[in-house]
Design a protein around this ligand. Structure first.
Ligand SMILES: [Mn+2]
Length: 394
C-alpha cells in the first residue's frame, strides 16, 4: 500500500506585505499554494498511490475564492481520471456542515461532522479502514478521540484528525493526547492543524504533515507532504519537500567601508553564498555589526534605500528576494551555541589578564615594536578581536 498524507493546503493564501515585488515574482509567490497542491497531485498520479488523505484546512475561510474552489475541483478530477480516491475532512479554517460532496467528483470522500469510519479494499485485497470527522464550527473543544473506534479486523486502520495536543488551557482544536491516539491501535495517524511537519510518535507513526507551502516568515524552512508506504506490517512515512517558495532569516556581518556599492555587493554575495539554488527563498536579512559602517550608510540602511537597491539589483536573479531588512548593533554570533558562549566567556576572563599579556610580551622581547604594541593594546579590544576570529564560520 502506498498513500499520500497532506493537510492545511490553505489554497489562495493572500501573502500580505509582499506587494512591492516585481509582478512575475509576486504571481509566482501568490500561486504557490496552488502549485504545491498541483505537485502533490502530479506525484500521486506518477507514483500510482492508492489514495490521498487531506486532514483539513483545504481553504482559508476568508480566501475561499471561486478560483480556489475551481482549482480544487479540477485537481480532484485529475485524480478521479487516474482512479485515485481522495479522503478529506474540513478543519477550523474551512469548517462547514457537511451534507454531500457538492461539486466534487465521485472519487472524493468527505468526512461528516461526526466521527465515522469508511473502508476500502485495495487491488491486493488488503482492507483499509479510515476514521475521521469534519469541523462544523471554528472551535471543537470536546474530546473527539473517544469517539474513534479501536482497530478491528482490517489490514490497516488510519485515523485522520485536525487538532492539537491538549494543553493546560485554551483547548479549541479537538484536543488529544498522544497516548489516547496510540491506545486506538491504528497503523497511522494523519494529523492536520500544525503547519510544521513533525512526528508525535514513531511506532505507530502519528504525524503532522505540515502545510505543503509556508505562507509567512513564521512558517520558514522546508514544506511538503508525507509519502507513506507499507513495509511488512508497518506503515513508513517519508517526507517529500515540494514547496516552490521557502522563507528564511539570514544574518550577515556588515562590511566596514563607506562605499555604498561595495556594501550592497558584499551583502548580495553573502546571501548568494548561503543559499541553495532552489527552491526560491524569501529572505529576511539582518545586518549585524552595523557600528562598523559609516553614519551615511547606516542612514541609507535605516531609511530603506539599501533594501530598495538590493531588491532592484536582484529583481530577476531567480533565486531569492529580500522582503525585509533588519539592523543589529552587535557582532554576528553564528557558530557558538549558548554553552560554547558560556565556556568562552569563562576562558576569556582567565586568558585576557594584564599578567598574561605581560608574560606574552616578555617572550616577544626581541621584537621590541610588537611588544610595545601588545602592551598598549586595550584588553577589551583584544578579547573582541579574538572572539570574532573564533566565531568566523567554516
Ligand atoms: Mn491550518
Amino acid at each position: 500500500m502506498r498513500f499520500i498524507h497532506t493537510a492545511d493546503l490553505h489554497l489562495d493564501s493572500p501573502f500580505l506585505g509582499l506587494t512591492s515585488m516585481p509582478k512575475p515574482l509576486w504571481e509566482r509567490v501568490h500561486s504557490s499554494t496552488f502549485t504545491a497542491f498541483q505537485k502533490i497531485v502530479d506525484d500521486a498520479i506518477a507514483l500510482k498511490v492508492d489514495f490521498i488523505l487531506i486532514s483539513g484546512d483545504i481553504y482559508d475561510r476568508d480566501q475561499q475564492s471561486i478560483a480556489a474552489t475551481d482549482f480544487f475541483i479540477k485537481q480532484c478530477e485529475r485524480l478521479n481520471q487516474a482512479h485515485i480516491p481522495v479522503y478529506l475532512l474540513y478543519g477550523n479554517h474551512d469548517y462547514q456542515i457537511v451534507q454531500d460532496t457538492g461539486e466534487l467528483p465521485a472519487n472524493v470522500h468527505i468526512f461528516g461532522n461526526r466521527v465515522t469510519t469508511t473502508t476500502l479494499t485495495l487491488a491486493n485485497h488488503d482492507s483499509v479502514a479510515i476514521s475521521g470527522f469534519s469541523y462544523d464550527q471554528r472551535w471543537i473543544q470536546e474530546d473527539q478521540v473517544q469517539k474513534y473506534p479501536s482497530k478491528r479486523n482490517e489490514t490497516w486502520h488510519i485515523g485522520m484528525l485536525h487538532g492539537a495536543v491538549r494543553q493546560r488551557q485554551d483547548n479549541h482544536y479537538a484536543p488529544f493526547t498522544t497516548d489516547e491516539l496510540i491506545a486506538k491501535n491504528y497503523d497511522y495517524w494523519a494529523l492536520g492543524h500544525i503547519h510544521k511537519h513533525q512526528f508525535l510518535n514513531e511506532k505507530p507513526p502519528i504525524v503532522y504533515s505540515g502545510n505543503p507551502q509556508g505562507r509567512h516568515k513564521n512558517e520558514a524552512g522546508q514544506h511538503g507532504y508525507y509519502l507513506v508506504e507499507s513495509q511488512g506490517n508497518k506503515l513508513v512515512p517519508q517526507f517529500k519537500p515540494i514547496a516552490e517558495i521557502e522563507w528564511i532569516s539570514l544574518t550577515v556581518n556588515a562590511l566596514s567601508t563607506s562605499n555604498l556599492a561595495e556594501v550592497e555587493r558584499s551583502l548580495s554575495q553573502a546571501i548568494d553564498g548561503k543559499l541553495k539554488n532552489s527552491p526560491f527563498q524569501l529572505v529576511e536579512l539582518t545586518i549585524a555589526n552595523i557600528e562598523q559602517l559609516s553614519p551615511t550608510i547606516r542612514h541609507l540602511l535605516a531609511n530603506g534605500d539599501v533594501l530598495e537597491h538590493l531588491q532592484d539589483q536582484n529583481a530577476d536573479n531567480g533565486k531569492w528576494w529580500i522582503y525585509d531588512l533588519l539592523l543589529h548593533q552587535q557582532n554576528l554570533l553564528p557558530s557558538m551555541t549558548d554553552l560554547d558562549e558560556q565556556y568562552w566567556q569563562q576562558a576569556a576572563q582567565e586568558v585576557f589578564t594584564p599578567a598574561n599579556i605581560a608574560e606574552l610580551t616578555k617572550s616577544l622581547a626581541r621584537d621590541a615594536d610588537l611588544a610595545a604594541k601588545l602592551t598598549n593594546l586595550d584588553l577589551q579590544q583584544l578579547k573582541q578581536a579574538t572572539t570574532q576570529l573564533l566565531r568566523r564560520e567554516d
